[in-house]
Design a protein around this ligand. Structure first.
Ligand code: ZN
Length: 403
């Protein structure tokens, strides 16, 4: 079985590729990348006037569908968005990891790299506003013994450790759970991803726990006490210090975590993201995040180049999650490919504060190939989004509610 993706603009900034070329796929691998390859005997995919880029790598998602309220189906969504690698950020904890691994991760065509939550129950209560309980409101859920069991039982399956360090997730327990999250990541030998939001804890309390190669997510959120900017709009010293020691900065758009004003000010002071990610979940898939190509379009509108936007959604997030084999178009590498359309289309984007941002381009995905297989869109009768009631409530409040 061979396929030829023909005549597209092959764009992989990390590999130095930007040319009109064909991509030959044999089995699950990329067999050749060159202009005008012989089409005889291959199934042709016409990519004329399209971008042919590495399968997108979304560093912040929630795809434990059926196991958490927030989860979306990565195969279903991946088919229409170009995302072939889904980094799930803490949907499961030690109590639910095995279910996630066997019921979702191993059964999905898309690649899922799970970060395990410090909390034993993971994000099981996440997004349920009628109970409104944070997963670490009771710090006893931070059970290192259970995480040790997961490490020993499922060696190599955990890509990182996640902690949500904000009022809605751990209340006043920051001083207890931050050092435990550090210990958990060291136990697995994987990156620690910490989410920031409304304090407590403050960003100054959070930052010392992140080392080189760890990840801060929601870097452009506007909420009190956890914002990267001070009241005068300057990058806080704790953030500058973290950047200098190599802490990676992730967007994590979500429902409440991309303020255009914060992003503009932070980017102008040198806080560029290492990864453009969606924080895609059931409460933001119908807006405001929608999809990774949509969030990428917002960063085009914020002034990043197309090359940077592609790189920050492919190779750099792959590097951040310590998978430099992913997010690149490499002869001999797995054929994870996204065929994108870049439309000239004046668009007004809105953020959660009601601020608008005018863009001239919209990126969308036309075809997703995972390991040489076209991911076909399907309808399983299940709605991925659950946003309406939640957003109504969120928009009527000012408190931090991002996930
Ligand atoms: Zn999240």
């Amino acid at each position: 079985m061979s396929m030829l993706v023909k005549g597209g603009r092959v764009l992989d900034p990390a590999s130095g590729l930007d040319e009109i070329a064909d991509v030959l796929i044999q089995g699950d691998r990329i067999a050749a990348i060159a202009p005008d390859l012989d089409a005889a005997g291959h199934t042709i995919i016409d990519a004329t006037d399209r971008l042919v880029v590495p399968g997108l790598v979304d560093l912040h998602t929630h795809c434990y569908w059926g196991g958490t309220l927030l989860g979306v189906n990565p195969d279903k969504v991946g088919a229409t968005t170009g995302v072939t690698t889904w980094v799930d950020t803490g949907s499961s904890g030690a109590a639910t990891f095995e279910g996630f691994l066997y019921h979702v991760i191993k059964r999905s065509k898309t690649r899922i790299l799970p970060l395990i939550h410090l909390s034993y129950i993971g994000l099981t209560p996440g997004g349920n506003l009628s109970i409104d309980v944070g997963e670490l409101d009771d710090w006893r859920f931070a059970d290192l013994g259970e995480l040790r069991r997961i490490r020993d039982q499922f060696e190599g399956e955990v890509a990182g450790v996640k902690l949500r360090a904000s009022n809605n997730a751990c209340g006043g327990n920051g001083p207890v759970v931050l050092p435990l999250a550090r210990e958990a990541a060291d136990l697995f030998g994987v990156p620690l991803m910490i989410h920031i939001g409304t304090a407590p804890p403050t960003i100054e309390e959070v930052m010392p726990w992140l080392r080189q190669g760890d990840i801060l997510t929601h870097v452009y959120h506007p909420h009190l006490g956890g914002c990267v900017l001070d009241a005068a709009g300057r990058l806080k010293p704790a953030v500058r210090e973290a950047m200098a020691r190599g802490v990676r900065m992730d967007v994590g758009h979500g429902v409440a975590s991309l303020s255009f004003a914060v992003a503009r000010a932070a980017i102008s002071q040198g806080l560029l993201p290492d990864s453009i990610s969606t924080d895609l979940h059931a409460h933001c898939i119908d807006g405001p995040a929608f999809s990774l190509p949509h969030v990428m379009s917002k960063f085009l509108a914020l002034g990043l180049s197309l090359e940077d936007v592609i790189r920050l959604s492919t190779a750099t997030p792959a590097d951040v999650i310590r998978r430099p084999d992913l997010g690149r178009l490499t002869v001999g590498g797995e054929a994870d490919i996204a065929i994108l359309q870049l439309q000239e289309c004046p668009t007004v984007f809105r953020d959660i504060a009601g601020e608008t941002l005018e863009g001239r381009h919209i990126l969308s995905a036309e075809l997703t190939l995972r390991a040489g297989e076209v991911l076909e869109p399907f309808d399983d009768g299940r709605s991925e989004g659950r946003s309406s009631s939640w957003q109504t409530r969120f928009l009527s409040q000012t408190e931090d509610t991002e996930t």
